[in-house]
Design a protein around this ligand. Structure first.
Ligand code: ADP
Ligand code: MG
Length: 212
């Protein structure tokens, strides 16, 4: 039996307190199955349908490891669209509310790059972005990923559907090889296996079936 209370996890007390304040008491199935391994530092490949709580599964892993005093980009979360990136950033800020000064910065296309460059000069702990714009910043030299410890590929199936494979490879080549990588997806087309083999190291596989 898996204990599904958040309080059963080895999470920092401030995150646990905030989860209680937010009314998050029980983990969803994908959270219960992935969070122990995520918090153990393992790479993960996780599949669960939309709306199943995948964002908190990786966000709590990222936040548990974050060193707020070290003002460097420690985590990069890649999402298929600007809308999804904004939602992830919002959820991360909500989950980090109990903790002071966690800076989550979104880097998405469709808005001018200048203000983003200004924000990057001020620094961030976590970047949430779309592959195209993150790659633009890497090419310009306005973003460095040398201190990234956790890489998240969120909604990986959609990113591959949108043709981001080469861009993802270019970005991942700039992230230290010694890192934790978390791949979350709603479906598992064959293309996911290919990228998983390239970017994950001895991953734990988690799948939550849609039919109960
Ligand atoms: P997915 O990425 O799997 O499509 P989300 O991470 O966006 O799903 O989660 C869907 C909704 O469920 C969000 O509004 C989120 O705030 C809420 N949620 C996630 N986990 C929990 C939980 N353990 N308890 C209560 N609400 C949760
Ligand atoms: Mg999601």
């Amino acid at each position: 039996m898996t204990d599904t209370a958040f309080s059963s996890l080895a999470l920092p007390a401030d995150l646990l307190d905030n989860l209680a304040t937010l009314g998050y008491t029980e983990m969803t199935p994908i959270q219960a199955q992935s969070l122990p391994s995520v918090l153990d530092g393992k790479d993960i490949i996780a599949q669960a349908k939309t709306g199943s709580g995948k964002t908190a599964a990786f966000s709590l892993g990222v936040l548990a490891k974050l060193n707020v005093k070290r003002f460097r980009v420690q985590s990069l979360v890649l999402c298929p669209t600007r809308e999804l990136a904004e939602q992830v950033a919002e959820e991360m800020r909500k989950l980090a509310r109990g903790r002071h000064n966690v800076k989550v910065l979104t880097l998405c296309g469709g808005v001018s790059i200048g203000p983003q460059i200004g924000s990057l000069e001020h620094g961030a702990h976590i970047i949430v972005g779309t592959p195209g714009r993150v790659d633009d910043h890497l090419r310009k030299g306005t973003l460095r990923l040398d201190d990234v410890e956790t890489l998240v590929l969120d909604e990986a199936d959609q990113m591959l559907d949108m043709g981001f494979q080469d861009t993802l490879d270019a970005i991942i080549a700039r992230v230290p090889a010694h890192r934790q990588t978390l791949l979350f997806s709603a479906t598992f087309p064959r293309s996911i296996n290919a990228i998983a083999q390239r970017v994950l190291s001895h991953p734990v596989s988690v799948k939550v079936d849609e039919v109960q």
